[in-house]
Design a protein around this ligand. Structure first.
Ligand SMILES: Nc1ncnc2c1ncn2[C@@H]1O[C@H](COP(=O)(O)OS(=O)(=O)O)[C@@H](OP(=O)(O)O)[C@H]1O
Length: 256
């Protein structure tokens, strides 16, 4: 059949959350023959510079769709916390489906910290950050109160339009989370357990049985141990956020 050579606006967007497994989710979804996934983060809705280039520019950033692919997906984790993005997506892509992957906010915060630390030679320890007076205003901590950001999205989108992925379960049983996502996207249940293996060289994270099937070296980094005191402080801090999130999103992940 004829080879098409065009790009489409996304029908689904992974809007976040940063460090919760957004790359793994997109990589795993692209196993599906119906899905064309963008290889980079586009940052269209959250960047004034890109946004003013318009929808045609955005469409041109998308992957070229092969003839059997009809579902284009991009991921930009920063969309979730950006104030302007919900309204912008609502006005420009009113029908789009939104996917939000979440992890235990304490693990997410450590992951965020490890990424920042990897760019600095001298950097305080995670425990040192948490012992600071204003630690709740530190971005790696702030982002973990997911309910604050979800409320902004729900001003524009009904709950049914957002699918929540359990990032902890994506690591343990990726095929299960992908089954739910495929249902949400209304595509066949193509992605199965036999597409994956667990890589002991990569902290046991799942990889796809294909060349370059694991994520790159910037994913699955070693995490530092944190003190019990730090853990207690964060548990207390996030317990109300998690409770409210659970109610608002109507989900029940084991770590919430
Ligand atoms: N299969 C697989 N392989 C490797 N890593 C995996 C996988 N599944 C989930 N994760 C977790 O994803 C974390 C990175 O999340 P993101 O891709 O959302 O990060 S980013 O926001 O795009 O920077 C990454 O964080 P770190 O562990 O801190 O590196 C992982 O914990």
């Amino acid at each position: 059949s004829e080879i098409t050579n065009s790009t489409n606006l996304p029908q689904a967007i992974i809007i976040g959350v940063k460090k919760c497994g957004t790359r793994a989710l997109l990589k795993f979804l692209s196993i599906h023959p119906a899905i064309a996934a963008s290889s980079t983060e586009i940052h269209f809705f959250d960047s004034p510079k890109n946004f003013q280039l318009g929808l045609d520019w955005y469409r041109n950033q998308m992957p070229i769709v092969k003839n059997n692919q009809y579902l284009t997906i991009e991921k930009t984790p920063h969309y979730f916390i950006d104030r302007q993005t919900p309204a912008r997506i609502f006005h420009l892509l009113p029908e789009v489906k939104l996917i939000l992957i979440l992890r235990d906010p304490i693990i997410r915060a450590i992951s965020d910290y490890v990424q920042i630390k990897s760019r600095h030679e001298f950097y305080p320890t995670f425990d040192e950050f948490i012992s600071m007076k204003n630690f709740t205003r530190w971005t790696p901590i702030k982002i973990g109160c997911y309910v604050i950001y979800l409320r902004r999205w729900l001003k524009y989108f009904p709950l049914e339009r957002i699918h929540f992925v359990d990032g902890e379960n994506l690591i343990q049983r990726p095929w299960q989370e992908l089954e739910y996502v495929q249902q949400f996207l209304n595509i066949s249940n193509h992605i199965q357990q036999e597409h994956f293996y667990f890589n002991s060289n990569k902290r046991g994270f799942p990889c796809v049985k294909q060349p370059n099937g694991c994520l790159g070296t910037s994913k699955g980094r070693q995490h530092p141990l944190i003190s019990e005191k730090t853990r207690e402080i964060l548990k207390n801090l996030y317990s109300t956020c998690n409770q409210q999130f659970k109610q608002l999103a109507q989900i029940n992940f084991s770590w919430l």
